[in-house]
Design a protein around this ligand. Structure first.
Ligand code: SIN
Length: 283
């Protein structure tokens, strides 16, 4: 697409683009929004630097794309229920999101997109990596595609935190007081190969972080294939890496990507505001 109101600079061969010339704190005109939305579908993870955004602005922006959702495990900002704060303090050694995953894939309607706004970033480190699940799927052999096309993955909110999500969250000094200690584990069955509802493209929807097993198969039977697909999907040539600055906003499409928050900045602070959008039921 030829963009007229925005400047789109791809940051890697697989996915990701920087968008220049946009101030997200003001109302976007219809053409500008349509072009950003098209770039979101084309590039899957968009990066806007130097954005002065209040939490309310962030929710208003997200609302142009869809319905902002409430994240079930972290208390939101007191006055803005759709925004959670992701904080790693100087004392923390574990981080939030430090494993390849697609947000909330253990919910019946996993997050469609995520808007992450950087407030404080380390001097170096704390980048986020993204991987293109459609490219990963397209490059599998026809026989492997045939094997996985009908498979259903069982995704659990407990899987990412073997030994318990609550235990892991309580290790996070910056977030332990915000954690909602629900004993309820959320489990959802979704196709391992999902079709993007807007582009019609097929992509992998499986991860070691959230998928426990395939429906009708034991954990032991499933694990080798979950591990293969999880590793294959994030081969370097399917990824991009985003370096945050204070004020950077990244929006990504969870329906066709996975991401990984790198934990390589112990002793430094990183603070972000996150809004997720309610998604459809994967098909
Ligand atoms: C997340 O998984 O949503 C957090 C990503 C990040 O902090 O970079």
């Amino acid at each position: 697409m030829a963009y007229q109101t925005i400047d789109v600079k791809p940051i890697a061969g697989a996915l990701g683009a920087e968008i220049l010339g946009v101030d997200l704190s003001r109302d976007l005109g219809n053409q500008e929004f349509d072009e950003i939305h098209q770039a979101f579908l084309d590039h899957k993870a968009l990066c806007f630097h130097e954005q002065d955004l209040s939490p309310e602005h962030q929710v208003a922006l997200a609302s142009r794309f869809g319905q902002p959702d409430i994240y079930p495990f972290i208390k939101a900002l007191p006055d803005v229920p759709e925004v959670i704060e992701i904080l790693k303090t100087e004392r923390d050694t574990v981080n939030f999101g430090g494993g390849w995953h697609s947000d909330t894939s253990y919910l019946p309607q996993p997050a469609m997109g995520t808007f992450l706004h950087a407030l404080e970033v380390p001097d170096s480190g704390g980048d986020t990596m993204f991987a293109n699940m459609q490219l990963a799927y397209e490059t599998l052999s026809a026989t492997m595609k045939g094997m996985i096309d009908g498979l259903v993955g069982v995704n659990s909110s407990a899987q990412n935190y073997k030994g318990g999500r609550a235990k892991k969250m309580k290790e996070l000094d910056g977030m332990k007081d915000k954690f909602i200690d629900s004993s309820e584990i959320s489990i959802a069955e979704h196709p391992v190969v999902r079709t993007h509802p807007e582009t019609g493209k097929k992509g992998l929807f499986v991860s070691r972080a959230h998928t426990t097993n395939f429906k009708g198969m034991t954990v032991e039977e499933s694990e080798p294939l979950i591990n293969f697909l999880s590793d294959y999907a994030v081969r370097p040539e399917f990824t991009c890496r985003i370096r945050w600055r204070p004020g950077t906003l990244v929006v990504w499409d969870n329906r066709c990507t996975q991401h990984f928050a790198l934990n390589d900045y112990n002793g430094q602070r990183r603070r972000m505001h996150r809004v997720t959008l309610r998604g459809d039921r994967p098909a």
